[in-house]
Design a binder for this molecule. Structure first.
Ligand SMILES: NC(=O)C1=CN([C@@H]2O[C@H](COP(=O)(O)OP(=O)(O)OC[C@H]3O[C@@H](n4cnc5c(N)ncnc54)[C@H](O)[C@@H]3O)[C@@H](O)[C@H]2O)[C@@H](O)CC1
Ligand SMILES: [K+]
Length: 243
């Protein structure tokens, strides 16, 4: 099967990468060119919050948002977005799947979140109260196998909540390289992928797809041998179409 190709509305093609290639982009960025992980995660989370506000539209001031976060880089972006949304007076509930397992940078995001008025709950405390938006930041390109508990329960809760879902980077449970689903998988209305689209982001799995800038300089992509033209023009995210 040929790899999907991704284009902006202006016709700029953005190269799609596998999870392994994205991990290498990440390595070159963090070890050689910068930005560092703290900076990229902040950029990811801020863009995610802005996109959440955009998809909510006029109801944003009275919106109730649940942010589901995992323990890795994907979860950290979600926790960061949760803070930016709370800082705008929105009712945000943060649910971290396994709070005892947070990596260093997401743990720092959680520390900052704890100085907001946002609420943090455990997975077993999630209720069926109406929600306007669910933000899925459970797993990104780090998926290892079929999602296990409690992540699998959170995916099923989100899909059954009746609320639209905005997924960060990859719908949790989707294999970023193949587009396969070894188990439960988030069914999003929108996906905001980071830096470059991944080969597994098939249109039937992502809902409307957006690409967000996390500040990676062109040098990083050149070192990977990728043909890259800045797709963002003056903005910080763009819609992407898969052909
Ligand atoms: N340059 C980039 O691409 C950047 C990526 N970032 C984000 O970081 C993500 C990658 O971060 P990580 O490498 O930490 O990986 P992820 O955060 O995608 O996934 C790792 C987490 O998922 C859990 N997990 C994996 N498989 C599971 C399964 N089958 N069941 C239950 N839990 C499972 C792991 O226990 C771990 O907590 C990207 O998808 C993106 O969202 C950002 O942090 C900013 C920089
Ligand atoms: K996700």
């Amino acid at each position: 099967m040929s790899s999907p190709r991704f284009f902006t509305d202006a016709g700029i093609e953005v190269p799609a990468v596998t999870a392994a290639q994205m991990r290498e982009v990440d390595r070159i960025t963090t070890e050689e060119t910068g930005p560092n992980l703290f900076q990229m995660m902040e950029n990811a989370g801020r863009n995610l919050a802005l996109l959440a506000l955009a998809v909510l539209g006029e109801v944003w001031t009275s919106a109730r948002i649940v942010v589901l976060a995992g323990s890795g880089g994907n979860g950290g972006g979600g926790i960061c977005a949760a803070r930016h949304l709370v800082n705008r007076g929105i009712s945000v509930t943060l649910c971290i799947a396994e709070p005892g397992d947070l990596d260093e940078v997401p743990a720092f995001q959680r520390k900052i979140f704890r100085s907001t008025s946002g609420r943090e709950i455990t997975p077993t405390s999630l209720t069926v109260e109406p929600v306007d938006l669910v933000v899925d930041a459970l797993i990104g390109y780090g998926l290892r196998s079929a999602p296990r508990s409690p992540v699998s329960e959170l995916i099923r809760w989100a899909n059954g909540s009746g609320a639209p879902i905005l997924a960060l980077d990859i719908p949790s449970g989707l294999d970023a390289t193949t587009g396969g689903t070894p188990g439960d998988c988030i069914q999003p209305h929108w996906t905001m992928t980071l830096a470059l689209p991944k080969t597994g982001l098939l249109p039937q799995r992502t809902g409307q797809l957006f690409l967000a800038d996390i500040g990676i300089p062109e040098q990083t992509y050149r070192r990977m041998g990728l043909s890259y033209v800045n797709p963002f023009t003056k903005g910080f995210w763009v819609p992407l179409t898969c052909r």
